[in-house]
Design a protein around this ligand. Structure first.
Ligand SMILES: [Zn+2]
Length: 287
């Protein structure tokens, strides 16, 4: 039997405890809810961490056996101020922790970021894929000196990119679609219908707009090159975003950031990493 959302939320609350900042707690729970709606099961493995526990962890792999798990001593991690949580994905029955940083993992990070978290997977030097934090721009030195973050609604971003994608699909193509800011099968199907519509309009493809990827859609597919502009590029950007590869904007222009997201997606999916959006890439994105 699949884990219930209630169980996931309850476990997360217990794990985070009362010393995790209320806004961080609330946004972590919201991340779990939204991921759950997309069929992704998220467990919070860590929230607030005391200075003593941080020092204990620091010795692991140094003076004590095991693998190094942190570069921070007590007071040197945002966990010590209740401003960070760590997550892992679970198998639907909750029995297995899934540590592979795949598109589901990135999707959870994208959801958390849309709610105002920074993600450790975006860091350049030391990538900390399970780690999410909200700092309000405060450094650890400032926090050690007693500064308190202001994590009101202003700090938590109100952006809802998937709702924007859904609204565009409704207004541009006239599809009927629930605007709930959740990426599910219906939104994906609407994006495929949009893709078919554009192939018909721009290339005279004569496809039935049914939101099903078949041999005719495959044969009619085109390849988008860097610099490509228009609705097809927008569809590509929307698909990349929803798959957890943020093109950092949906302007309908296949610029550097979209190419970077596209290449990451191709690498993660075992496709040829060429930065071109061709039939194999679209087929994979619509899977
Ligand atoms: Zn962490």
């Amino acid at each position: 039997m699949n884990l219930s959302l209630q169980t996931l939320l309850k476990q997360a609350k217990e794990k985070m405890g009362s010393c995790t900042h209320p806004m961080v707690r609330e946004k972590a729970l919201e991340t779990i809810r939204r991921a759950y709606a997309e069929g992704i099961f998220v467990r919070i493995t860590e929230g607030y961490r005391s200075h003593a526990r941080q020092n204990e962890l620091y010795t692991q792999g140094r003076t004590k056996p095991g693998k190094v798990v942190t570069n921070a001593r007590g007071g040197q991690s945002y966990h010590n101020y209740g401003l960070a949580v760590d997550y892992v994905l679970l198998s639907p029955d909750g029995k297995k922790a899934l540590w592979q940083v795949n598109s589901d993992w990135r999707r959870v990070a994208a959801i958390a970021k849309s709610l105002g978290f920074e993600w450790g997977g975006d860091w350049q030097t030391f990538k900390d894929y399970p780690h999410l934090q909200m700092t309000d721009g405060l450094s650890l030195v400032q926090l050690r000196n007693g500064a308190k973050p202001n994590l009101g609604e202003s700090a938590a971003s109100k952006k809802a990119p998937i709702a924007d994608i859904q609204s565009t699909l409704v207004s541009r193509y006239g599809f009927s679609l629930k605007i709930d800011d959740l990426f599910g099968p219906e939104t994906k199907q609407a994006l495929l219908k949009a893709y078919q519509t554009e192939l018909n309009k721009q290339f005279g493809a004569n496809l039935v707009v049914d939101g099903v990827w078949g041999p005719k859609t495959s044969a009619a597919s085109v390849t988008l090159h860097p610099g490509a502009r228009g609705n097809l590029t927008w569809i590509l950007q929307a698909l990349l975003y929803c798959s957890g590869f943020d093109p950092q904007g949906m302007d309908g222009i296949l610029g550097e950031k979209t190419v970077a997201a596209l290449r990451s997606f191709q690498r993660g999916s075992g496709l040829k990493v060429d930065g071109l959006a061709g039939v194999a890439t679209f087929r994979e994105l619509f899977k």
